[in-house]
Unconditional design. Structure first.
Length: 320
């Protein structure tokens, strides 16, 4: 019995000792992890401050991480392209990052791909965009932006004099957001490219964008792929496109275009393109080179759409 008691006492002592060792190891690991994160943040700040192009992928950024990134951006005099992809940023920390952007006077491209910044983050970003005097590219695709976020952007876009490229694809901005952007573009004469892929835009938004096209003489590309645009909105867009002086590329793929009237309009348009020796048209799930623009496959009646390359050649053509 005495032996078993001693054994149990010894087991208890060993268990206590091992638990203390485990606690010590755990504390050491936490300290090491903290040191690693501090070192990582310092490295980020240094690299951002000293490089022209910076990309961060698949990171969860807390307030301290975001502060380190913001410090690097603020100190940089060479950073031109800042890109976050598949990152999450604490909503309370995003304004810290946004506030640092105007301090980097060299920043020309700002891209947040699949980064959850939502409407509040866009509002913080919008408040500083006019101060980014050389920013040419703003890419916010799949960033959880909705109507209110698009509206916040629309208020400041006319003040972004250097902006040439805007991508809001994958954000549920709807008709209200598209209408707000269209009104802003009436004062954005230097925009080259607008992408609203998969943005829940319907006919109301398409008609508003069509009305804005004549006031955007520099626009060369308009991507409206995979929205809710029917023949009504599409015809308004095409009518505006055909009189535009510079537009080279348009995508209406993946929309709700079905009518025979719209089909005939596409055939006529293809005829015009054919006369200009540009015979490449892209249809949903099928790419064809039209030998005779009046022969359109019957299977393309439903969801009939097209991409037009080098549409700029249509300038000056009468009777279109």
């Amino acid at each position: 019995m005495t032996w078993f008691v001693l054994f149990d006492s010894l087991s208890l002592s060993l268990s206590l000792a091992l638990s203390q060792v485990s606690i010590s190891i755990s504390a050491f690991e936490k300290m090491a992890e903290l040191d690693t994160r501090i070192a990582k943040r310092a490295r980020w700040a240094e690299e951002i401050a000293s490089n022209k192009n910076v990309e961060l992928w698949h990171q969860h950024l807390d307030a301290d991480d975001t502060s380190a990134i913001a410090a690097g951006i603020s100190l940089s005099t060479t950073l031109k392209h800042f890109f976050l992809k598949w990152c999450t940023i604490d909503s309370a920390a995003f304004p810290i990052l946004a506030a640092s952007l105007p301090r980097c006077t060299s920043l020309q491209q700002l891209e947040f791909w699949n980064t959850h910044i939502d409407n509040a983050g866009v509002a913080a970003l919008a408040s500083v965009l006019p101060q980014c005097e050389v920013l040419k590219v703003l890419n916010l695709r799949y960033s959880w932006i909705r109507e209110d976020g698009a509206f916040a952007l629309s208020l400041v876009l006319p003040s972004c004099r250097a902006l040439r490229f805007l991508n809001l694809s994958g954000n549920d901005i709807g008709n209200r957001g598209a209408v707000a952007l269209a009104k802003a573009f009436e004062q954005c004469s230097k925009i080259d490219y607008l992408s609203l892929v998969n943005c829940s835009v319907g006919d109301e938004g398409a008609v508003a964008l069509a009305s804005a096209l004549p006031l955007c003489p520099s626009l060369r590309g308009l991507d409206l792929y995979h929205n809710y645009i029917s023949d009504i909105g599409a015809k308004a867009i095409v009518k505006a496109v055909l009189t535009h002086k510079r537009l080279e590329w348009l995508s209406l793929r993946g929309n709700n275009l079905t009518s025979l009237e719209w089909r005939h309009a596409c055939i006529h348009l293809n005829n015009v393109i054919d006369r200009l020796h540009t015979t490449t048209c892209v249809f949903p799930m099928l790419s064809i080179h039209l030998q005779d623009p009046f022969r359109v496959p019957q299977g393309l009646v439903h969801s009939l759409i097209f991409d037009m390359l080098r549409l700029v050649k249509l300038r000056g053509i009468a009777g279109v």
